[in-house]
Design a protein around this ligand. Sequence first.
Ligand code: ZN
Length: 425
Amino acid sequence: MSDLLIRGADLVSRGRSDLLIRNRHFAEPSEADGNADLLDADGLIALPGLVDLHTHLREPGREDAETVESGTLAAARGGFTAVLAMANTDPVTDTAEAAEHIAALGARDGRAQVVPVGAVSKGLNGVELAELGLMARSNAAVRMFSDDGHCVWDARLMRRALEYVRAFDGVIAQHAQDPQLAGTAACCHEGEISGKLGLTGWPAAAEAGIVARDVQIAELTRSRLHICHVSCAETVDVIRWAKQRGINVTAEVAPHHLALTTSEVLSYDPTYKVNPPLRPHEHVEVLREALADGTIDAVATDHAPHARHDKEHAFAEAAFGMLGLETALAVVIETMINSGLLSWPELVKRMSIMPAQIARLSDQGRPLTPGEPANVILIDPAARAVQNRDNSASLSRNNPWHGRELPDPVVATIWAGRVTYQKER
Ligand SMILES: [Zn+2]
């Protein structure tokens, strides 16, 4: 692979500089010779590649909705150089072999690093612990475990899982949803709009209650707990309390929960059916503040592709979930940078450094300095475009931003020294 010289990028806190990539790593720009490929970054900001803690790639099992190849191409277009692939595939990633299979698919087809998330329970059944130790010791070196899509509801199973992963510095990522307060029929925030539309409500207490319990168990076991897709103000209060107490808990928020509200559901458009559901404006405000002050550590997409025949139903029957990889950075720029709530270095922390640390990815979320792995994106912070779901790299079309104008920042994505996406300019 020949050298790549990125010319004149704005490195934010370090000013304008060239970046030289040699053998998949950054090298001193002064070492560049005349043979390097050139990439003009005049007017562009260079940031470390983004890391997504929460991606559904659907392979194996639902290759009609997404594959490792299409999902990671969407990731590259969105500025991601690594994605954590959730375990709720078919078969479930609940064994060492299954985890190694995902890692191998990533190595073969990936346009970004693909890191398998292991299931907490066998077949996501919520009853019997999966092979956590074998997955950790496998070639896939799994560190994050989640039954995402399902809540680990049995407190004793959660305790055992948290105890188990402590030995290898693993983390349990909880999809917090009390199944008795918010069962599978719950498809809309419980409140005025759910009542008006006759949809089954999903109260905030179903999320915050599980999180309150789990931070107590994490304190008991002195283990690492991560909370997936925080959607409610009440949950933010619990996490803030737990962090003040020194409990080892981290949390993520999805871009759609930073921008969209329950009122989208008034259209009955199943594109806006997501789990946990969109919440009223006051929750959105609290989530933005919590991401700004670090109570919520990371942005994670919960990219959830669905085939048309699973999504195009009456609201109550449609599948849960939205696409997110290609638009996450745009939504965070719009809601957090353009509103003055986050600075660029803080955005890098929330979308690259912290996710890499939570997942224990040593090659990601690193500074753009000589010797470090060359994972970098070039962005134009002023570019804007109207979103069109038909321009997606994803095989699915459940894009909640279709028809809306958003920032259109990503110009190039480079993963391990390789250009995985470059916009035509
Ligand atoms: Zn989930």
